[in-house]
Design a protein around this ligand. Structure first.
Ligand code: PLP
Length: 366
């Protein structure tokens, strides 16, 4: 490994599996058979179309996605989906969309949805600064809703739904899974639509994955902007326009790494539980020196958020952590403190190094 590489706890763009970076490096000048880099050939070239289909089929295999669902690759980040979803499923429907608000990204999604139609915020955890998810009785969705939307893992707060919220059969369940996509197996059949930008747990920035039940593709008013219309992407195999070819190529490699090297999503989930538990138990055994932000029943497997006794100690923590190659630990300003993002590609060694550093730091500074 390159000795300059740090343990990168960035929330996104985030750390990548080193073996994937090496494969990309090997193929950078000449993708096999192309006589050029993959980023230099046409998206219509069979070599690239095969890459795209391979990325799609590996994701289908990992998540066990049936033919009732379309898997699409889009640009515009997760943020474009804040608009695309209500443009397709709310605008002109005569119905109301229902949102569960558990953190910063849900708030942004609601702001965009309101431009497209009527929105109800069924649950809002603002009073506790977004440290929990709703209980079943706190989130009751009417059965004539356009859809029920939630963010499965709020990246900034480190709050994750342990399982899907209840949703009537008549209502499509919609999830922003940007920061926990591919961290665990999912019952895809419960969802109408699930989407994720790639740059946290699945690859580089520039591509988002949208998994959508096919019967929903026809709900949109055809007059919505062409790029926002999911049916255009589905009908054209994610090549309605030039897709982000390089990002799709890398996404496919990360998906193969998950399947072949990590052994699939059940194994990945148990590693993620082990890694996150190591940090949460370090927090819980610090005699109050570290205080976790999320309530224990919804602590994220991916983004571990906690506070220290003061801003001075937080700054000192970050500066001293850097000396141990522990990088990008500063929390988002709305929560403060520390955020350790430990996506699939964060090795156990990174988590172990952070946990030992936390123990040392607490004993020296409490
Ligand atoms: N949703 C979640 C849960 C996120 O963590 C992010 C990330 O930054 C976004 C949406 C926005 O993603 P993007 O910057 O790709 O639009």
């Amino acid at each position: 490994s390159n000795p300059e590489r740090v343990f990168n706890f960035s929330a996104g763009p985030a750390t990548m599996p080193e073996s994937v970076l090496r494969e990309i490096q090997d193929e950078m000048l000449c993708y096999p058979g192309a006589g050029a880099s993959i980023m230099e050939i046409s998206h219509r070239d069979k070599l690239f179309v095969d890459v795209l289909h391979d990325a799609e089929s590996t994701i289908r295999e990992l998540l066990n996605v049936s033919d009732d669902y379309s898997v699409m690759f889009m640009q515009g980040g997760a943020s474009l989906q804040f608009s695309a979803i209500p443009a397709n499923l709310l605008r002109g429907s005569g119905k109301r969309a229902q949102y569960a608000l558990t953190g910063s990204w849900g708030k942004k999604a609601i702001k965009e949805a309101k431009k497209e139609g009527d929105v109800d915020v069924l649950f809002d955890a603002a009073e506790s600064n977004y440290d929990h998810v709703p209980s079943a009785s706190e989130l009751v969705c009417p059965d004539d809703a356009a859809y029920l939307y939630y963010c499965s893992n709020e990246t900034i707060q480190g709050v994750q739904f342990p399982t899907e919220p209840n949703c009537p059969d008549s209502v499509p369940l919609v999830s922003d899974a940007s920061s926990d996509f591919l961290c665990r197996p999912l019952p895809i059949e419960k969802y109408g639509l699930l989407y994720a930008c790639a740059q946290k747990n699945a690859g580089p920035a520039g591509v988002s994955v949208v998994i959508m039940r096919k019967d929903l593709l026809d709900r949109a008013d055809p007059n919505i902007p062409g790029y926002l219309h999911f049916k255009n992407h589905h009908d054209n195999d994610s090549e309605w326009n030039t897709p982000p070819t390089f990002a799709i190529y890398v996404l496919g490699k990360v998906a193969r790494w998950l399947r072949d090297d990590m052994g699939g999503l059940e194994k990945m989930e148990s590693i993620n539980r082990e890694k996150s538990q190591h940090l949460y138990s370090t927090i819980d055994s610090s005699n109050g020196f570290y205080r976790g932000h999320a309530q224990p029943n919804c602590r994220s497997l991916m983004n571990v958020t906690f506070n220290l006794p003061s801003d001075e100690l937080t700054a000192k923590f970050i500066a001293e952590a850097a000396e141990h190659k522990l990088a990008a630990l500063k929390g988002h300003r709305s929560v403060g403190g520390i955020r350790a993002s430990i996506y699939n590609a964060m090795p156990r060694e990174g988590v172990n190094t952070l946990a030992s550093f936390m123990n040392d730091f607490a004993s020296k500074n409490s």
